[in-house]
Write a protein of this length. Structure first.
Length: 137
């Protein structure tokens, strides 16, 4: 075996958390177990959808995609789902900002998409602001 062929047949180094899942068994980690922080925080799902809606609208405005139907084909979504995402942009800008900074803590979502989408369909910006500032007793 030559030096060049031995270099290409070297072992693959894998780093990070490795796990093995067997049918009917829980996930077991090989190496160091995953860290368990006191509270796992991540962007809220609705925040990610709103950010995606802004990216889609920017792509349409730039001419990178022709229309919502093309976006749906490229992303593997239905045209109705793309419309639902883009409807999130009908929210008042300050509510959009609150949503974009929202976080999910330990898997609990702070906002439901269905309720927020309902606000976009039938409410003016003034009504949206009144509902978003209203706190139930």
């Amino acid at each position: 075996m030559s030096a060049s062929s031995s270099a290409t047949s070297s072992a693959l180094m894998v780093s990070g958390k490795l796990h093995r899942v067997r049918k009917g068994h829980a996930k077991r980690f090989v190496g160091t177990p995953p860290a368990t922080p006191e509270s796992a925080r991540r962007p809220a799902r609705l925040a990610l959808m709103l950010a995606l809606a802004h990216k889609i609208q920017q792509a349409i405005d730039r001419g990178a995609v022709r229309d919502r139907a093309e976006v749906a084909r490229r992303l593997g979504l239905t045209r109705a789902r793309v419309t639902q995402l883009l409807d999130l942009m009908l929210l008042v800008p300050d509510i959009q900002e609150q949503i974009l900074f929202a976080e999910s803590v330990d898997g609990v979502e702070p906002l439901g998409e269905k309720a927020v989408r309902a606000m976009t369909c039938s409410m003016s910006w003034g009504e949206q602001r009144m509902i978003s500032t209203h706190k139930p007793a």
